[in-house]
Ligand binder design. Structure first.
Ligand SMILES: O=C(O)CCC(=O)C(=O)O
Length: 269
C-alpha cells in the first residue's frame, strides 16, 4: 500500500505521491463529493471567485456515508499510520475542494497547520483527485515542514490575515517568482492516486484552465504525538464547543482512532 521508500520520501520532503492507493474507491468518492455539493454545510465557501467556481466545504463525514465508508474501510487509515510512523491514525476531518473548468483562481501557498488547533510531528493529509489532474494538481515546497517558523495564515478569499494577532510568521513564499532554495514537487495524478503531505508542508495549486472538472477530497489524520493547541482566534475548521485544552490529545468521540481497528479508548476531553 505504501513502500518504505515512499515513507522515507514523505518524512524527508513532507509530501509524496502514492499511486493507486485508492483504486476501487473512486466511484464512492465521486458520489460523496456530488452529495456534499448538493447538500453543502454551513462552512461551504465559494472563495469569492468571480470567474468559474471554487467550492470548498469540510467536516461532513458523519452525514456523507460515502466519506465515512472511505475513512473507515479503505486502506487510508493504515497508510496514514505508516506514513506518520505512528502506532495510531486518528481522523481529524474531511475537506472537499472543487475547481470547475475555467477557474483562474489559484489556491494560495499555505501551510494547513496554522489554521488548525493541532500541533505535532505526526500529521498527514491525503489529497485525492476524482479525475486525472495535470497542471491543476497540488504543488508542495519540499522540506517546508521543517521550516523553523510557521507561514502567515491568510484568508483564501482576500489574502487578509487569518488571525488578528499572533506569533512570528514567515511571509507567504512564492517559489514561482522567487525560487531561491525552494524545490517544488508536483505530480500528474490519475484517479485512485493520492498525495500525502504533512500539515506543515507549504502547498498551493494553480487555477483550473482545463475543460475538465478538478474535484478533490482531502482526508486529514493525526498520529500519536498530536495535541490540542490554542490559537489566537477562531480556527478552520472551528469545531465549536470542542472543550479541549492546551496539551490534550484530540477527543476520540469527535476524532475517532481508526487504526488499528478497534483501538479507540473512547476518551473525551
Ligand atoms: O485543492 C486545492 O486547491 C487545495 C487543497 C489544500 O490546500 C488541502 O487539501 O490542504
Amino acid at each position: 500500500m505504501i513502500t518504505a521508500q515512499q515513507i522515507e520520501d514523505f518524512q524527508r520532503d513532507g509530501a509524496v505521491m502514492v499511486p493507486g492507493v485508492l483504486t476501487g474507491w473512486m466511484e464512492l468518492l465521486r458520489d460523496g463529493i456530488e452529495r456534499n455539493m448538493a447538500e453543502p454545510s454551513q462552512y461551504a465557501s465559494e472563495n469569492a471567485v468571480t470567474e468559474g467556481r471554487f467550492f470548498d466545504d469540510y467536516v461532513n463525514w458523519t452525514r456523507i456515508p460515502e466519506f465515512e465508508r472511505i475513512i473507515r474501510e479503505s486502506p487510508v487509515a493504515e497508510v496514514a499510520a505508516r506514513a506518520m510512523r505512528s502506532q495510531t491514525a486518528q481522523f481529524f476531518h474531511d475537506h472537499v475542494l472543487v475547481k470547475e473548468p475555467g477557474t483562474p483562481k489559484p489556491t494560495p501557498w499555505h501551510q494547513d497547520g496554522p489554521y488548525y488547533f493541532v500541533t505535532g510531528e505526526q500529521t498527514v493529509s491525503f489529497w485525492i483527485p476524482a479525475e486525472k489532474v495535470e497542471a491543476a494538481t497540488l504543488r508542495f515546497i519540499a522540506g517546508s515542514h521543517r521550516w523553523d517558523k510557521p507561514v502567515r495564515p491568510v484568508s483564501w478569499a482576500d489574502d487578509s490575515d487569518f488571525y488578528e494577532s499572533g506569533q512570528e510568521w514567515i511571509e507567504v513564499p512564492d517559489p514561482d517568482s522567487d525560487p531561491r532554495d525552494m524545490r517544488v514537487l508536483e505530480w500528474v495524478m490519475q484517479p485512485g492516486d493520492a498525495v500525502l503531505f504533512d500539515f506543515r508542508t507549504v502547498h498551493g495549486a494553480r487555477g483550473n484552465f482545463t475543460p475538465s472538472r478538478r474535484r478533490a477530497l482531502s482526508l486529514r489524520w493525526v498520529g500519536d504525538d498530536a495535541r490540542y493547541v490554542q490559537r489566537p482566534g477562531r480556527t478552520s475548521p472551528p469545531f465549536p464547543g470542542h472543550d479541549m485544552r492546551e496539551g490534550q490529545k484530540l477527543r476520540e468521540d469527535w476524532f475517532p482512532v481508526i487504526w488499528p481497528a478497534g483501538s479507540g479508548t473512547g476518551e473525551t476531553a
